[in-house]
Structures are given as C-alpha cells and as structure tokens.
Design a protein around this ligand. Structure first.
Ligand code: NDP
Length: 322
C-alpha cells in the first residue's frame, strides 16, 4: 500500500511517500480502505518530535473510508461499511488498521471528505464546550485561532450553547470567517493586545473561560483575560509548548483553574465516541454545523499540506485524498 511516513523527526521535508507493508488487522480491528484523511496540527507535533512516537511512523490520526475486512471478534461492522475515526495512527495511507471500537458509521448523506474533516476537530470542540468547561448562556468565552479548523467548529458549538464568544485571528480575512461562524467580537491578536481588548470588551470583568490552542505566545495573555476563578483550557501548542511556570502564578492572576486536556481522554469508550461523533456528524448532516474544508491535496502532497498549516496560511480544515 502507499503511505506517508517518517524515519526521522524534522521539517515537512522528512515526509516520505512510498510503499509500506499492508497492516494486518487483529481480532478486534478492521482494515479500512481510505477515501480521505484529515490533516491536524498533532501530525506536525508527531513529525517534529514534540509528541513522542516510535519511528518509523505512518502519519495521520484521522480518516474515513470503506471497511474491507474485519477481525474475528468484530460483530457490528462488515465489509462495505462506510466508517470514520480519529486518534489512531496510520491514516496518511491507502489502507489503515483501526480498532473497531473507535469506528463510527458515516451517515448516508455525509461524504467521506466531510467525515474525515469532522471527526478529530469536531469531537475536540465538542468535549471542550460540553465536558471540559460546560458552556452556558451566562458565560463569555475567549477562543484563540477562531478561524482554524478546530476554532471554527468551537465558535459554532459555543454559540449553540448560547455563550458570548470573543475570538482571535491572525488576519482580517480570518476574522471575517470567525464572525461568519458566529463570534460576537474578533480581535486581531497579531496587531492588538488581546488581553487588554478582552478586558475592554467585558467592561473590565474578564472572561469565564479561555480555549487556548496557540500555547506559547498566548498563554500569559490568556491568564490575564480571565475573571477571578476563571478556567484556562490550554489545549494546543501551535506556536510552541507553554514554558514551565510556578503554580503561584495562578493565584496571583485570580485563583485561576488550569487544565491541559487531550481528546484521547474524552473519547475513551465506544459510547463516548458515539455521543460526540453522533452529535457532530448529525449537526453537519442537518446543516446546523458548517464545515470549512479549506483545501484538499493528493496524499503524495502531504508535505505541502503541513507547510501550509504551520505557516498559518490556512483557515478551516485540510484533507488528503489517497
Ligand atoms: P488550525 O487550523 O487551528 O491551525 C493553527 C492556527 O493557529 C493557525 O492557522 C493560526 O491561526 C494559529 N497560530 C497562532 N500562532 C501560530 C504559530 N506560531 N504557528 C502556527 N499557527 C499559529 O489547526 P488545528 O485545528 O489542527 O489545531 C489547532 C490547535 O488545536 C493545535 O494546537 C492542536 O494541537 C490543538 N488540538 C488539540 C486537541 C486536544 O485534544 N488537545 C485536539 C485537536 C486540536 P491565526 O493565523 O488566526 O493566528
């Protein structure tokens, strides 16, 4: 089979496209022929070595396709089923072995491309607003990179719950997309002190929660944007990992709460995945959650997709087509 893999960590140049052995599914797995693979920032962390993996490694943790074969212990899937998944490596490929409990069936009206675009970022936005800090109409949330793949879904899901949303974005064009997704206000954080602007927009009060996927460059400003006892949800490192800091800082900034969540711990069972993915794919199917697929690349051009994502050139989702 064809796949995109790495034999060493580094820039997008280390991505290799070529032949890899066909995966052999175990009794609890399915073998899926991929129709579309999702590109995520986590793929850049795997490639660069920020998140530890064993080499060689086939990149990609999100995909959609058709079941070709199921293991002897799998009773609820059959060859021909249209399925999608997130959080299992090996998706930048023509075929992947996936644990059956992670697979969800794609509704008939939903394309493979949409399913591959929605699973990881959609379930992430879902757990952030429903489980990590359950949003309600009384809350104001600050959402960084609001025009990113995860950001656009997060803004829409926060608005579904009635919260006031202040977004940040790097350019005016991205700010317009965040507003279109429902953000009440958008701050151009490349030009404006977003913490001061957030204070101004909240009459000095600060926000109840910050969903911060940018990391290093926004961390301290995010703490400065919160109400006393507000919740800092640091869920990504697009600008680099947050440096070490003393817990006393949280007291000084207002007895803040800090969490560093990961989708892996919010999609731990078949039931939890069915709930989150069912909501996400259901809302997309009925048209109440809009997906923005910014660009689709042939699988062999995965390196270009990485370059585009890490250079902040994209707004919305990138997918690869094997
Ligand atoms: P995005 O589409 O959001 O792309 C990243 C965006 O971050 C850029 O477009 C850019 O938007 C912004 N950004 C700010 N500073 C930088 C920088 N120095 N370099 C690159 N980008 C920067 O990507 P994803 O939706 O795939 O992921 C967003 C984040 O969410 C990542 O940090 C990812 O790790 C995290 N994540 C975490 C999960 C979890 O469970 N913890 C699961 C899924 C995603 P702008 O130009 O507007 O600033």
């Amino acid at each position: 089979m064809k796949a995109v893999f790495i034999q060493k960590h580094g820039s997008a140049d280390v991505l290799e496209y070529g032949e890899r052995p066909m995966p052999v599914p175990g009794p609890a797995d399915a073998l899926v022929r991929l129709a579309a693979c999702g590109v995520n920032f986590i793929d850049i962390y795997h490639r660069g070595g920020l998140y530890k993996i064993d080499l060689p490694f086939t990149l990609g943790v999100e995909g959609a396709g058709t079941v070709e074969h199921v293991g002897s212990g799998v009773t609820d899937l059959a060859p021909g089923d249209r399925v999608a998944w997130a959080m299992e490596p090996g998706a930048y490929a023509t075929h992947a072995k996936v644990a059956a409990w992670r697979l969800v069936k794609i509704p008939p009206q939903t394309s493979f491309e949409s399913a591959a675009a929605a699973m990881l970022q959609g379930m992430t936005a879902h757990y952030l607003v429903h489980s990590t800090f359950p949003l309600a109409a009384r809350h104001t949330a600050l959402i960084h990179a609001a025009a990113g793949g995860t950001g656009l879904l997060l803004v829409q899901m926060a608005k579904r719950l009635g919260a006031r949303v202040i977004g940040t974005a790097g350019t005016e064009a991205k700010a317009a997309l965040a507003r279109e997704a429902g953000a009440d206000e958008v701050i151009l954080y490349s030009q404006t002190d977003f913490a001061a602007e957030t204070r101004r927009l909240t009459s000095g009060a600060g926000v109840d929660v910050v969903y911060d996927s940018v990391g290093k460059t926004t961390f301290e400003g995010s703490l400065n944007s919160l109400k006393p006892r507000g919740m800092m949800v640091s869920f990504g490192n697009a600008s680099g990992a947050v440096p070490d800091f003393p817990p006393l800082l949280l007291a000084q900034k207002g007895s803040l709460f800090l969490t560093r969540p990961n989708l892996a711990h919010y999609a731990t069972t078949r039931e939890e995945i069915a709930w989150r993915a069912g909501d996400v794919l259901g809302w997309i199917g009925e048209g109440s959650l809009k997906l923005r697929i910014d660009k689709s690349y042939p699988l062999s051009e995965a390196a270009q997709a990485h370059r585009d994502l890490e250079s902040r050139a994209t707004a919305g989702k990138l997918i690869l087509i094997p």
